[in-house]
Design a protein around this ligand. Sequence first.
Ligand code: PSU
Ligand code: MN
Length: 302
Amino acid sequence: MNILKITDEIQEALQEGRPVVALETTIVSHGMPYPENIETARLLEDTIRANGAVPATIAILDGIINVGISDDQLEFLGTSKDIVKASRRDLPAVYAKRLHAATTVATTMICADLAGIRIFATGGVGGVHRGAQQTFDISADLQELARTDVAVVSAGSKSILDLPLTLEYLETLGVPILGYKTDELPAFYTRESGLKVDYRVDTPKEAAQILHAKWDTGLTGGVMITNPIPKEFALEKAYIDSAIDQALADAKNQHIEGKRVTPFLLGRVKELTGGKSLAANIELVRHNAEVAAQIAKEYWSN
Ligand code: PSU
Ligand code: MN
């Protein structure tokens, strides 16, 4: 079954060993409102180019994985209401039924790996949800980090998740957590969480050396590289935490479950903060794209 389509530009870069950075599309179809979703997707591609790498935005269209998408396809993903949010379990049906799907962190890793792309930039990775002791709601992103050889640059995980449990779970799965210029796990909208990362790296080269050391020695699976939101765009912890608490209560009252939980919480936090969370989200993901491109350059230079 031929399910992979790679643009010529990306294919050539991969063949010549030039740096390529993958980007996901759940953030476009389910994570941000229109038109900021599309504008952000373009901003990320431009940022990656400006930092010397080739962007590879990934989505599934008519059941085909597209590594690199056109402006029209991006517009479609950002406006259509019929885009599946595809995690690993959705892929067989999406391929066979020729559906359109946005890729989560988990499926972007799967598709990037099929294409031979090792570095991926996103905003936030899914994790262990608060109350997972009862609901079992643990993002498939974490299992994917355990098995697929792609490094994910994120701004850490939001406090819509249970961060200490997410760290425990990643430890069990053997996923290294690096802090880019930080000792502390960043918490998406804020630079601090009160939790430590496993290892700090201060340069793209140091990060790239750890990736080579992992994969060259046969340690399969992903690496979580956490990059704090730039200071000037960080939100105040008490402020964002109260919006998140409200959003969690609303999700519970409205019986939001399954794959709808994360998009619902993101949308509700945006409403409650009058768009401040969205502005912060755009800035942190832009910063992640920049750092991911720099790491990709180092990774492919040796
Ligand atoms: N966190 C964000 N923005 C996002 C997501 C997470 O701040 O858009 C998306 C990512 O695509 C992630 C997915 O892989 O949500 C996780 O969904 P779930 O929690 O249902 O596994
Ligand atoms: Mn979930």
